[in-house]
Design a protein around this ligand. Structure first.
Ligand code: SF4
Ligand code: SF4
Length: 440
């Protein structure tokens, strides 16, 4: 600083638990400890100050002189930041130099760049640490005919018989898990069709137990009610690493639901009843059934059927208050900026062997001919699913809330738009001639 320049009175800083987003003339500040959100628009003085704070050399600390603090917009901003514990002033006379703010950096990109320069073998081994969840559709056979069967699994983890007549050979599954030794895979979801009709189920469960993998078996309540003997044949031993998830679809056969809850009780396995809901009326009915049969625990999965937008908006769409209440941490925010925490590390293997990073995205290969190393490598280095962020899609890329909103999920595909919120008005991505999820 020039000796003739008067020393500024204060250092103004924002705390490093504050997320700051600036887009054109809009600014958002979010306190990750309290959930407080503040937005500023059409406020040139604040915009200029925020630009300075964001400059890489400033690391959220800037000098503020008396003249600047006399500006009503700046002084109101500083007052608000102080009252919300988002920032503060330090008298420059109290510090010998400019205070330093430590800013966190995310490791993922650095790791991927580093791996690219190494030999294929080390890449093959390293890349496997990103895999942590797998949905394995062992067959496509089911004699039921639920009205949501064709598309529920494209919105959340659910059984389906889309690939009716196909099943994964148990030898291929065994080879798959042999390749996964040393990976970070920890949880396998076993789905069908009706998995109780899959001849290799007992062997599959013991393979997963040998590999110390957490396993969740998905058995529709009606298939469970009719499959007591098949379940007993599995010889399941109560184990905290093994649980049953029981999809429930409407209309519900109450006799079978009650029977399924008794079967689950008798086998002493931890289980969750998962209700797919299309309306408020179904939600009310689910609550009555849960109470009548003392079902616990339960989960609810809103299902979009093309006709129930109003219900879906109530159940799934977010507003400012939801984002504030969800209180994403700075770690959540940073990871959402470079990858999709909802999809990252997940693979889905369908009963015809096709492997997908996201069930709505194109297949990355097939279990019968591709190694799992190649599949994970392809997704990490070339794929779009695991690293699909709101910053790449319309209209979220032009929205200051992008890092606060939940990561893109399968619901955006189902609705054909990315802004499942009550914050930014309806914009269909394809109205701009762009891919629904990803800016090409
Ligand atoms: S139980 Fe599952 S697989 Fe069978 S019809 Fe219903 S949704 Fe489809
Ligand atoms: S437009 Fe996208 S980023 Fe903005 S609030 Fe809506 S969902 Fe969130």
């Amino acid at each position: 600083m020039n000796n003739d320049t008067p020393k500024p009175l204060y250092w103004f800083y924002l705390d490093n638990y504050v997320h700051l987003e600036r887009l054109e003339d809009r600014v958002l500040l979010y306190n990750s400890l309290t959930g407080e959100i503040r937005e500023y628009a059409d406020n040139p003085a604040v915009l200029q100050l925020v630009e300075k704070l964001q400059a890489p050399e400033n690391l959220l600390v800037v000098p503020l002189g008396e003249k600047e603090l006399e500006d009503p917009q700046i002084s109101a901003f500083v007052r608000e930041m102080r009252s919300l514990f988002m920032g503060d002033l330090i008298e420059t006379s109290r510090s010998s130099g400019k205070p330093v703010q430590m800013m966190p950096m995310l490791k993922l990109h650095r790791d991927i760049d580093k791996m690219k320069t190494e030999s294929f073998r080390s890449v093959g081994v390293d890349v496997m640490k990103y895999l942590d969840n797998m949905a394995l559709y062992v067959n496509g056979n089911c004699t039921l005919d639920c009205n949501i069967c064709a598309s529920a699994h494209k919105q959340f983890l659910w059984c389906n018989r889309e690939k009716s007549g196909t099943q994964l050979p148990i030898d291929q599954i065994r080879q798959l898990f042999e390749q996964l030794v040393g990976s970070d895979l920890c949880h396998v979801h076993i789905l069908g069709g009706n998995i109780l009709t899959y001849p290799g189920l007992r062997e599959l469960i013991s393979i997963l137990a040998e590999h110390r993998l957490k396993r969740t078996l998905y058995i529709h309540y009606s298939n469970l009610a009719d499959g007591r003997d098949s379940l007993q044949d599995l010889g399941l031993i109560p184990d905290s690493n093994c649980q049953i998830k029981i999809p429930v679809t409407f209309p519900v056969d109450e006799t079978k639901l009650e029977k399924a809850s008794h079967i689950l009780e008798d086998c002493s396995m931890p289980g969750t009843f998962a209700f797919a809901l299309q309306s408020e009326a179904e939600f009310a009915e689910a609550e009555c059934l849960i109470s009548a049969f003392s079902i616990d625990p339960v989960s609810f999965h809103p299902f979009f059927n093309g006709q129930n937008l109003e219900f879906f908006e109530q159940a799934v769409f977010v507003d400012r208050q939801n984002l504030s209440n969800a209180r994403p941490s700075m770690k959540d925010i940073h990871s959402r900026q470079v990858m999709n925490p909802f999809l990252f590390g997940n693979l889905t293997v369908l009963s015809n062997g096709d492997i997908h990073a996201g069930v709505n995205d194109p297949s990355l290969g097939n279990l019968s001919k591709d190694s799992i190393y190649d599949i994970v490598y392809r997704e990490v280095f070339e794929g779009k699913t695991w690293r699909r962020t709101r910053k790449e899609v319309v209209p979220c890329r032009d929205c200051v809330f992008a890092a606060l909103c939940p990561p893109l999920s399968h619901y955006e595909y189902a609705l054909g738009k990315n802004n499942l919120c009550r914050i930014v008005g309806s914009v269909k991505a394809d109205e701009k001639g762009e891919e629904i999820h990803y800016k090409s």
